[in-house]
Structure formats: structure tokens, C-alpha cells
Design a protein around this ligand. Structure first.
Ligand code: NDP
Length: 237
């Protein structure tokens, strides 16, 4: 590690991409809290049960991380869900549930993180968006809306907090091999593979590497960016 250990909080750190992010930061020697519904976490991380859609629960998670590791210096809003269906079948509840976790959850995390980052005059906020936020995807009106909303949050935060040495960026994964995508029908997966210039799905560790870069001292002048990790699927964002 080329920088001092940071206090880092990752939401959705129990599984998939979030877990890979936690493992990458642990491998770099950082102090990592992983907040998720279950509270499970890789060995070496502090596991915290949390519902990101609930501001009080997010506040409690930050307090637990702060008690164990000090003020959070890097916050990764990764927790996310899907409730896919075509618009005529999409209920208001399907729309609200996805927006509550993916968008309001990220707002709750960013708001709570900003508090101590403003005091410290240093901070890194990283949102896990998606290629579909700007590319669009049939059956994902709710999900795509939640993910494109993160770009607006990151860019507004960049304008609000940029002068205080706080950066806010979006990492936009394409099709990554996790439990979220394991439920998709084979022909959907085959269709995606055909459309991805790299010709394969990505791995969670490939997303984690991009997140770790944006959290590093080397990325101090990058803010308001959308960094795709998608094998070329969404070029042109
Ligand atoms: P998974 O379904 O594998 O894991 C999701 C994680 O989020 C779990 O740890 C889960 O907790 C947690 N979580 C879900 N709801 C909440 C909540 N309300 N409060 C706290 N934690 C919650 O997803 P992925 O790893 O695939 O996805 C991670 C992120 O990456 C998501 O934001 C997703 O939209 C995004 N993404 C994924 C892509 C992919 O292809 N997989 C592509 C593009 C973006 P628990 O383990 O306790 O259930």
C-alpha cells in the first residue's frame, strides 16, 4: 500500500461486487466495514446489518464503523437490487422498492458520509451505477432510472464538495458474474455476450480494481466521472 490505512465503508459488502470491493481494500491494508441486509462480511472486515433505504439504519452503520475504525474516509454505495419487468407490468411498488434501495440508499450513504468528510477536508464517495443507467435496458425502467440518478448525485456532489478535497464518482459495471445476474435466462446472457466487445462477462474483482483506483491518492483530481467497467458494452457514455 502506498498510502496510510483508511477507514472505509462499503454497502452491500456481503456478496458479489461489494464483497470483492471489501476484499480488495482489505488486501491493501485498509480498515473496512461492510454493511448489508444480512450483516455478513469477509473475514477481516467489520460486518454491520443495515438497510440502506432507512436513513437511521445508515446512520447507525456509520456510527459502528466510526467506533471501530475512525471517521469514514471512503464510502462506497454499492448495495442494489433489481425488480425487472416490462413497464405495463411494473407496479408502483416495484418502482419504489428499487428506487428506495438503489437511489435513496445512495443518497443516505452520501449524506451521512459527507458530514465527517467535510470536517476532515478529505473524502472519496464512490457510487456503483450500471451500464444500463445511460444505455437503457428493456424491463429495467426502475433500475435504469435509479442508476442514471446516481450520475446526477455524483456530479452535484462534485460541485458542492469539490472545493473541500472530496471527490464523488460513479463506477458503471456492465454484465458482471454475480448472484444478481445468475438468475437471468440463458438466452439473455448469450445475447449480452454477443453485444459485449470483450465477448465475456466481467468478474467482481475487475469492478473492485476500478473502485480501489478511484479511492486511491492517485485519483485525487478525478471527480464527477462515470468509469465504465463493461468490456466496451456501453461506449459513448
Ligand atoms: P448481489 O445481489 O450479488 O449483492 C447485493 C448486495 O447488496 C448484497 O450484499 C445485499 O445484502 C445488499 N443489499 C441489498 N439490498 C440492501 C439494502 N436495502 N440495504 C443494505 N444492503 C442491501 O449484487 P451485485 O454484487 O451483482 O451488485 C452490486 C451492485 O452492482 C448493485 O448496485 C448492482 O446494481 C450493481 N451492478 C451489478 C451488475 C452485475 O452485472 N452484477 C452490473 C451493473 C451494476 P445481503 O447479502 O445481506 O442480501
Amino acid at each position: 500500500m502506498t498510502q496510510s490505512p483508511r477507514s472505509i465503508l462499503v454497502t452491500g459488502g456481503a456478496r458479489g461486487i461489494g464483497r470483492a470491493i471489501v476484499e480488495e481494500f482489505l488486501a491493501q491494508g485498509h480498515k473496512v466495514a461492510a454493511a448489508s441486509t444480512s450483516g455478513k462480511a469477509p473475514e477481516g472486515a467489520l460486518g454491520i446489518a443495515c438497510d440502506v433505504a432507512d436513513a437511521a439504519s445508515v446512520d447507525a452503520a456509520f456510527k459502528a464503523a466510526e467506533e471501530a475504525h475512525g471517521p469514514v474516509e471512503v464510502a462506497v454505495a454499492n448495495a442494489g437490487i433489481t425488480k425487472d419487468t416490462l413497464i405495463l407490468r411494473m407496479s408502483e411498488a416495484d418502482f419504489d422498492a428499487v428506487l428506495d434501495v438503489n437511489l435513496k440508499g445512495a443518497f443516505n450513504v452520501a449524506k451521512r458520509a459527507s458530514k465527517s468528510m467535510l470536517r476532515a477536508r478529505h473524502g472519496r464517495i464512490i457510487f456503483i451505477g450500471s451500464v444500463v443507467g445511460l444505455y437503457g435496458s428493456p424491463g429495467q425502467v426502475n433500475y435504469a432510472a435509479s442508476k442514471s440518478g446516481l450520475v446526477g448525485i455524483a456530479r452535484s456532489l462534485t460541485r458542492e464538495l469539490g472545493g473541500r478535497n472530496i471527490t464523488a464518482n460513479v463506477v458503471a459495471p456492465g454484465f458482471i458474474d454475480t448472484e444478481m445476474t445468475a438468475v437471468l435466462p440463458e438466452d439473455t446472457v448469450a445475447g449480452y455476450k454477443a453485444a459485449i466487445p470483450a465477448g465475456r462477462l466481467g468478474g467482481p474483482a475487475e469492478v473492485a480494481a476500478a473502485v480501489a483506483f478511484l479511492a486511491s491518492d492517485a485519483a485525487g483530481y478525478i471527480s464527477g466521472a462515470v468509469l465504465p467497467v463493461d468490456g466496451g458494452l456501453g461506449m459513448g457514455h
